[in-house]
Design a protein around this ligand. Sequence first.
Ligand code: FJH
Ligand code: FE
Length: 317
Amino acid sequence: MATSAAATASRRLIPRLIRQAVLAREQSEGAGATVRRSIGTPSLRHLTPFLMLDHFSVSPGAGFPDHPHRGQETITYLLQGGIDHEDFAGNRGRLGPGDLQFMTAGRGIVHAEMPVQNEDGSANVGLQLWVDLPKHLKSCEPRYRDLKAEEVPVVKTDGGKVTVKVISGVSQGVESVKDLAYTPVWFLDIEIQPGGKIVQEVPEGWTAFVYTLEGEVVLGDVEGAGGERRVIPQFHNVVFKNEGEAVYASVDEGAEKPARFVLVAGTPLDQPIVQYGPFVLTSKEEVYQAFMDYQTHSNGFERAKGWESEIGKSMLH
Ligand code: FJH
Ligand code: FE
């Protein structure tokens, strides 16, 4: 018997239960910078296709001067302030609040990512997510997809108590810009006012996690349904089990402020991950080869020869 759309919509979607919740602790990275890292630490090492999630808050005088990448895609989301970017092919740009850069390192990129000086002296805040590339795409040509804040559709639900920025994927029937990354990823920025709730579908079998930026969000099962519900504070990464259809999120009626978090999901990749710093391949031999190629300016790193970024130098003055 055919199921009507209305019947499908009213059926209670099976909740994704929580597998693990970890606090993103601060650690040093780059030149004088500090990041809150969750994915990519011993407690959350392998979460295919995700390799690393950094939450960054930094003022000028620190940053990520000239460095290479091979084998991954990076998604950089600026929340506040600005970040300058410059690479060895002459590409330059600035991300402002709400802007994103999807970068496919492929066979090789050398670049610098440096915070800007804000007039009011405020910090530059953002997220960077590293996504693994399928083995056959690790040797592809590098590319960028820039996504300006204005290009991100915003949808409201639950009587206006929930606002979703649909960076990548689908929410409440609203679709994002497509083909941003090679590895399929959903990336939603969700804000819930006190008393608000959302049931956000995520593709079946995909790896899914939430990272909390502000406030306290209740995640897990529906109230009274028997499964676990947890109140998650700021700076936590919550990984969901792979079974289930939707993430249930809410904020208590009596909460002092709204909660803001990103909900991210991606296709798991069935391949080994061998990482050394910014090189992410599938075997030790390939990582060794990446070192050699970077040092000898070959197989994708040709343009690294003699190259120095302008913005990386700014740190020295
Ligand atoms: C020296 N120069 C070590 C160096 C390491 C790097 C690195 C960086 C990010 C990042 C995180 C969050 C963001 C929005 C704005 C970027 C990251 C963000 C992750 C590694 C290994 C560079 C120069 C170095 O880049 O953009 O929020 N995270 C993993 N390390 C470097 O990039 C020493 C002298
Ligand atoms: Fe980088």
